[in-house]
Write a protein that binds this ligand. Sequence first.
Ligand SMILES: *[C@@H]1O[C@H](CO)[C@@H](O)[C@H](O)[C@H]1NC(C)=O
Ligand SMILES: *[C@@H]1O[C@H](CO)[C@@H](O)[C@H](O)[C@H]1NC(C)=O
Ligand SMILES: *[C@@H]1O[C@H](CO)[C@@H](O)[C@H](O)[C@H]1NC(C)=O
Ligand SMILES: *[C@@H]1O[C@H](CO)[C@@H](O)[C@H](O)[C@H]1NC(C)=O
Length: 357
Amino acid sequence: MLAIPNPRSILTTCLLLLTLGSQTRADDADPFKPEKPIMLRQSGGFTIGGKIIQAPFNPNMTLSCDHGYVEYFHPWRPRKTSIVMWHSSSTQTFQNRWDGGEGFKDKFLRRDYPVYLWDGPRVGRANWACNVTYYVPDYRDQGNFAAWNFGPSFKNWWPGVQFPTENEYAWQQATSSRYVEYDSEASVHLETNAAAIAADSGKLGKSIVYLGNSASGLRAQMTAVKSNSTNIKGIVCYEGYGYVFPDTAGIRPGAGNNAFGPIIVPEEDWKKLTKIPIQFLWGDNRDESFTFLNQSRQAAALINKHGGNAEVILLGKDKGLKGTTHIAFADMHNEKVADLLEDFLRKNKLSRYERDE
Ligand SMILES: *[C@@H]1O[C@H](CO)[C@@H](O)[C@H](O)[C@H]1NC(C)=O
Ligand SMILES: *[C@@H]1O[C@H](CO)[C@@H](O)[C@H](O)[C@H]1NC(C)=O
Ligand SMILES: *[C@@H]1O[C@H](CO)[C@@H](O)[C@H](O)[C@H]1NC(C)=O
Ligand SMILES: *[C@@H]1O[C@H](CO)[C@@H](O)[C@H](O)[C@H]1NC(C)=O
């Protein structure tokens, strides 16, 4: 039997839908619902590097381990240069802005650059380790706040900081989407051995720009030093924690397990850093006495003294991007940060399309 709906309930339903509809529009305002699609030719992933070890109790049993993992996205009509995004401790920082808006991954796909998300050996989706690994919970939420330069102390935001400070959910997302980072010089070598193999393989393209952030800035530099091809065409580090120096500069390696450099390498290898354009970028509210800012200035000066092309940029003071945090590419003004990266690519002739050749 056909049910005849009560007109009053139809009206109520319509009103409800209207209310929900308008609410959705308000919440989903740009950039959550971009107007244009992203056109991909394909996407996928693979492991690369690593080794195969034998079981001590039976050499017929092996483990393939300590490889890196790459997820790739190829635009429909690609430019020649790939952007390899090397997070410090979560690809998430490249996937979305702090408030869930568009991250660098989609921004550079829209700009027709092939994008690669890289997890180094043992990290993230490459956690199939040859060694015993460990995770010790150490209550670092409050420490993250200051480390990421959201403010001088927990929930004490810098004025004008580029984070949605009223959005508790955004803070919860930022502090929870993390992987174990394995900070030690041994780990830097493990990760960059695989990354250099990946860079030289051609599977990331023949023209690669590494984006590094924090601890991965050091790793991007080491990868370029270890690579034997000319595939790496540039390095851009947002608040790099750790620098690579030649053994001729009189700089001492970092103490202890040397998690954040300096790492000292033979001058011959280091000179690879003088062959490519390099940018070391800093967020706002960083004093010149900050160890890593100081080191980035020393590293850039040495590179330039040897005929290279490295620059240190303070995104706040030099570019007017006030309130930029440790992770500029996830900040609320990340579109402007992306424009600066595109300027760098254009200036260094890395913005050409494949078919222009
Ligand atoms: C390993 O394989 C070889 C060749 O099949 C075999 O002769 C040997 O017994 C195996 N060893 C073990 C410990 O299973
Ligand atoms: C892996 O384990 C071996 C043996 O214990 C050790 O010598 C090596 O330093 C470890 N490697 C890393 C990267 O932790
Ligand atoms: C680069 O060449 C050196 C010297 O032959 C070699 O030891 C190293 O493993 C090579 N690096 C890569 C990433 O293949
Ligand atoms: C940077 O480091 C150098 C060498 O350690 C030191 O001489 C210089 O004073 C430092 N600069 C600042 C601004 O702290």
